[in-house]
Design a protein around this ligand. Structure first.
Ligand code: SAH
Ligand code: F3S
Length: 476
């Protein structure tokens, strides 16, 4: 499962052999969503120009950076704990610079410098271009901070250094920020206004990836279907654009069509789709291109219209069901996954039951399920009581997870006995003699290695067995 991979990647250290043997060493660890992992590659690219090579040895680092996540309280606690482990390193090497990047940096700003004395550098997600200047300050012994959010920054011209990956699958960020203001969510505060990246730079990056033998590209955005290029600037200002800009604007369906047709040998995925912004056009483009994977991550958060209203999600249960029906009709083989929050403010037992019944209806392949964690400064924190008792949240979450496991197993069984195109991504974690890859619908499949196969090959695999999370197959 996709999030399982991300789960496994939490705290992953970026590492890359450098051809020019830079003298300074950077230890860069990432937490949170796919976009953070992608941003870390941009940071590494900027710092490479400044003479930094990556290392996975903490002891030899001149600079330690943590790219952090604020989405739930637990994510922040993980980072605080990690920071405390750097105390002894700093004592041994007072010249060591320790920096915090990403959403926690943006949320806590100067508080970070007050609360965590070993932190020298705090940089928000839109300020990575300023890192070279900020590092001059820290080199001179001063703390440095830049948490300005931008209405334009998309890092379009920075070619990310692909560090963490397998040389086969890559992320390409196409929108940044989010304007949706779901009441529980900290993202609009930590990542700012929604803006889209120039399609030329997106196509160029995809072309370079293809040249470098990448086989799968995942387009990334907090609300990807909302992509809209009209020459730059925030999405909210589109109505102020000129007639020409409006007439020549490129939306997500057009961009997806362009990316898929210019890279016919590359698998294309995208994430994350917000139900209210997903258009029928996108579904037709998915159906048209063989190389667009038949998988949509379609977070819903709750199956109850009244909870959705309190969450400020811009659709009802019925509208979501209509969208699921449309997907099933236009892209029949499509897998759908969800994000769900258990125990949001005021959630009644009846509302919770609606979540369970929606899950049954949607028949999800996968799910990423959380209990509600109140985030300071969000509209829910300001206006609503976090009043569902912890025990109830936990029980409801357990029921949601149990149901999803049942649904996942049912869906996986429908893939058994069939032949699938699989991209080999690596060796199975459990068995050295088995490959690991994914089918178009994003299900993980493991199968015995054959002599003439290698990472990056597309192979035909027949699924012969499954668990709720993995297909077990045989190459045909
Ligand atoms: N649009 C984003 C959503 C980011 S947050 C994307 O690209 O996926 C990912 C998921 O975390 C959300 O869909 C939601 O289910 C969950 N989440 C966000 N805020 C939360 C909170 N305060 N408590 C619990 N879960 C939360
Ligand atoms: Fe958060 Fe809602 Fe945007 S979940 S990232 S505010 S779509």
């Amino acid at each position: 499962m996709e999030k399982e991979i991300i789960e496994r990647r939490q705290g992953e250290v970026l590492l890359r052999q450098s051809a020019n043997q830079n003298s300074k060493k950077l230890f860069l660890e990432s937490y949170g969503c796919q976009m953070n992992f992608s941003d870390s590659e941009i940071v590494a690219s900027i710092l490479q120009q400044e003479g930094y090579d990556t290392t996975n040895q903490l002891e030899e680092a001149d600079l330690i950076l943590l790219n952090t996540c604020s989405i739930r309280e637990k994510a922040e606690q993980t980072v605080r704990k990690r920071l405390s482990q750097f105390n002894s390193l700093k004592k041994r090497n007072p010249k060591l610079t320790i920096g915090v990047l990403g959403c926690m940096a943006e949320r806590l700003k100067t508080k970070f410098l007050d609360e965590e004395h070993l932190v020298d550098l705090v940089v928000g997600p839109d300020a990575y271009r300023d890192l070279p200047n900020l590092l001059q300050d820290t080199d001179d012994g001063r703390n440095a901070i830049n948490v300005l959010l931008s209405k334009e920054e998309t890092y379009a011209d920075i070619s990310p250094v692909r560090l963490g990956g397998n040389g086969v699958t890559a992320f390409v960020t196409i929108t940044r920020g989010c304007d949706n203001m779901c009441t529980f969510c900290v993202v609009p505060f930590t990542r700012g206004r929604e803006r889209s990246r120039d399609p030329h730079s997106i196509l160029k990056e995809c072309e370079e990836l293809a040249k470098n033998n990448y086989k799968e590209i995942t387009l990334l955005g907090q609300n990807i279907d909302s992509y809209l290029w009209y020459g730059g600037g925030p999405k909210k200002d589109f109505n102020k654009a000129s007639e020409l800009q409006k007439a020549t604007a490129i939306n997500f369906a057009k961009l997806l069509d362009l990316v898929a047709s210019s890279n016919p040998k590359i698998r294309i995925r995208f994430s994350t789709s917000n139900p209210q912004d997903m258009s029928e056009d996108v579904l037709h483009i998915m159906a048209k291109h063989k190389n667009i994977c038949k998988y949509i991550h379609l977070p819903v958060q709750s199956g109850s219209t009244t909870v959705l209203q309190r969450m400020n999600r811009q659709h009802t249960r019925e509208e979501y069901i209509e969208l699921v029906d449309k997907i099933r009709k236009i892209v029949p083989e499509c897998a759908i996954s969800h994000d769900m929050i258990a125990g949001f403010c005021g959630e009644t037992e009846e509302e919770h039951k609606e979540t369970l019944s929606l899950m049954e209806y949607a028949n999800y392949d996968f799910g990423y399920m959380f209990s509600y964690s109140e985030r300071p400064g969000t509209p829910a924190h300001k206006k609503m009581a976090d009043d569902v008792p912890l025990e109830t949240k936990k029980r409801r979450l357990a029921e949601i997870i149990e149901l999803q496991q049942k649904l996942s197993l049912q869906r996986m069984k429908t893939y058994v006995g069939k032949s699938h195109e699989v991209l080999i991504e690596g060796t199975s974690k459990k068995r050295e003699d088995q490959w690991y890859g994914r089918i178009s619908q994003n299900a993980v499949v493991v199968f015995p290695k054959k002599d003439n196969t290698k990472i990056g090959d597309f192979v035909k695999v027949k699924a012969i067995q499954c668990t709720s999370a993995t297909l077990i197959g045989e190459q045909e």
